[in-house]
Design a protein around this ligand. Structure first.
Ligand code: ADP
Ligand code: MG
Length: 623
């Protein structure tokens, strides 16, 4: 322990949320208390990266010749542990602002949910997710001391002590060495961690890829190796999996990896991973800090957003290049032609990998697409260079696939009959919903495959896709669908001539401005009516989406198509020819129209609809 100076010891209070966090950490995370070691080593490694970075930029550094390393000392007899680094150290302000504050606001929220049992969690996973960080040390000890001296030659050295109970103290000390030493006595429950073999094991498990040597006493215990510098053939699966877990902060194995050694107009090496699962949402914290940029093996950024396009952000791993300056800033990585070239090559190779899976291992590709398909769909709207490749990578369920099974455009087109000139899709909330849509009846009956678009992202992507292989891609709802086969076989029993014309006119009169037109349907088989849109209109799903985004969005008028073979239409036509103004006729047409609205989930006023249904039932059951 370094000498204290004569300066007074100052006492500080943690902020309220910090106290709450500490309480939760100490009382909820005990399932994996040993993760504290990973947290402290990772902080030491961050601190060492920062010094290395200062040095390559020629900034003044205290003790420039000091070796960059982490040293762990174990005193088994007294259950003491100390972790020391020669990194940037901390100023007094750092100690107050960085050590006394909660890192991410999401952490507290998640922790309290976990505690109240709302969310299941695993201590290790949790810390990996949110970086509870330094404070995890209070799982294994009652009191922690930090002695630190900043790498800035003008700063003094400080001692920080806390029992994690709401208070901490800071005093000036007489420490000469640059860097930070953290030490503490292990609690009774955690005393078996004070064991050389145990510590070695933990370092191997959690911190094997730290880019600085870790010593226990005089022995170096980790294998400092830049895995991405090695050729793919020399990499073992176990090593790759471990490395992935290390960079991605994930506890599962990755789906696959891609190693690139590129020489030419731009030079770089990369080791990239596709995780096993997509993050929960775009704001999942694991999304960040998982694509690392190195320049000549010097760590530069841990969340380099510029080396892959937005839609491939789910990739994790490392890109290391000689072609950027070491003091590269965010602005430079954004605009540099080197990053642009790297991005182009990485995208090309990654898409190539997906294409390989798609051709040689359809099952693997399907698993991948279920996880990351939405990302690729976003790419369809943004990566115009690779649009054709992305289109081929699309998969979707159709009226001919079993639930959960998917097909491609290529397969769809090769299964089309010669008469079919267009590619059809139908949109809806889920497979179950679209399967019941009356607009599907005609296609079913004529054995025409229809693509099911059921995710919110699908609706946007389909607007960017107008055709494939020279064939228009159109909604089953579009009124003037080019129906090749006609309905002759059934047409005999349909309403025809004057009677048909009159009932269509009467329907239009009753519905007035609410519909664009009322016409005879070619697509309905069992249902009596359906709403469709003209060539320029949007289909129902798309329109609902637009309304969600813009409350002033005006719907386009629909066309009501009616089934002239349906007994109800025949009855209505008969009533119409007897009495034009029959109230039952008016009510029935209303009900038919509102029923069609209800099916596409656009009925505003169900009360009216239900009331009318009751009246009809009452009439039907009258004795
Ligand atoms: P995180 O590492 O996610 O920022 P931590 O709780 O692990 O969160 O650490 C909080 C902060 O304390 C770090 O960001 C860093 O500024 C500082 N810190 C922790 N350990 C060290 C260390 N060994 N050397 C220098 N600074 C450190
Ligand atoms: Mg940390």
């Amino acid at each position: 322990m370094s000498e204290a100076t004569n300066a007074p010891v100052q006492e500080f209070e943690y902020k309220a949320e910090m106290k709450q966090l500490l309480h939760l950490i100490i009382h909820s995370l005990y399932t994996h208390p040993e993760v504290f070691l990973r947290e402290l080593v990772s902080n030491a490694s961050d601190a060492l990266n920062k010094v290395r970075f200062m040095q390559v930029r020629n900034l003044p550094v205290l003790q420039p010749e000091a070796e960059l390393r982490i040293t762990i000392d174990i005193d088994e007899a007294n259950q003491n542990l100390s972790i020391e680094d020669t990194g940037v150290g901390m100023t007094r302000e750092d100690l107050i602002e960085r050590i006394g504050t909660v890192a991410s606001s999401g952490t507290l929220e998640f922790l309290s949910k976990a505690k109240s049992g709302e969310e299941k969690f695993d201590g290790g996973e949790l810390i990996g997710k949110f970086g509870v960080g330094f404070y995890s040390v209070f799982m294994v000890t009652e009191e922690v001391t930090i002695e630190t001296r900043s790498a800035n030659p003008d700063e003094k050295a400080w001692r920080w002590t806390s029992r994690g109970e709401g208070k901490y103290t800071i005093e000036e000390i007489d420490r000469k060495e640059r860097g930070t030493r953290i030490f503490f006595k292990l609690k009774e429950e955690a005393k078996d961690i004070a064991n050389e073999y145990r510590i070695k094991d933990l370092i191997k498990k959690y911190s094997n890829f730290v880019d600085f040597p870790i010593f226990i006493g005089k022995d170096k215990i980790n294998s400092v190796s830049a895995l991405w510098q090695r050729k793919k053939e020399d990499l073992q699966k176990e090593e790759l999996d471990e490395f992935y877990k290390f960079v991605a902060g994930d506890f599962r194995e990755p789906m696959d990896s891609l190693s690139l050694h590129i020489e030419g107009r731009v030079n770089f090496k990369a080791l990239l991973f596709v995780p096993a699962e997509a993050p929960m949402g775009y704001f999942d914290p694991r999304e960040e800090k998982s694509l690392h940029l190195y320049v000549n093996r010097v760590f530069i950024q841990d969340d380099c957003k510029d080396i892959v396009p937005e839609y491939l952000r789910f990739l994790k791993g490392v890109v290391d290049t000689e072609d950027l300056p070491l003091n590269v800033s965010r602005e430079v990585t954004q605009s540099s032609p080197v990053t642009a070239k790297i991005r182009e090559i990485v995208t090309n190779r990654v898409l190539g990998m997906f294409e390989d899976w798609a051709t040689s291992d359809a099952e693997k590709y399907a698993t991948f697409f279920k996880q990351f398909g939405n990302y690729l769909k976003l790419g369809l709207g943004s990566d115009f260079t690779n649009k054709d490749r992305l289109v081929e990578l699309m998969r979707f369920e159709t009226s001919k696939t079993d639930a959960g099974k998917m097909t491609s455009f290529k397969e769809y087109v090769s299964a089309m009959s010669e008469d079919q000139k267009e590619i059809y899709y139908i949109t809806g909330e889920s497979r179950a919903v679209v399967e019941k849509n009356p607009n599907l009846e005609y296609f079913r009956k004529n054995n025409i495959e229809v693509i099911f678009l059921t995710g919110p992202v699908d609706l946007f992507t389909i607007t960017t896709l107008t055709d494939y292989d020279g064939k228009n891609i159109i909604s089953t709802e579009k009124a003037d669908i080019d129906i090749a086969k006609d309905q002759d076989a059934d047409a005999e029993d349909a309403l025809k001539g004057r009677e048909a014309k009159d009932i269509l006119t009467r329907c239009k009169e009753i519905l007035g401005d609410r519909v664009e037109d009322v016409i005879e349907s070619k697509r309905l088989v069992d249902s009596v009516a359906t709403l469709v849109v003209g060539k320029t209109g949007m289909d129902a799903q798309m329109e609902r989406m637009m309304k969600m985004m813009d409350s002033n969005f005006a719907s386009s008028k629909k066309i009501l198509e009616v089934n002239m073979r349906h007994p109800l239409m025949k009855n209505l036509a008969r009533i119409n020819s007897e009495n034009h103004d029959d109230p039952t006729l008016v009510q029935a047409v209303e009900q038919m129209y509102q029923g069609a609205l209800l099916v596409e989930d656009n009925l505003q006023d169900p009360v009216d609809f239900v009331r009318r249904a009751m009246e009809f039932m009452e009439k039907a059951t009258r004795s």
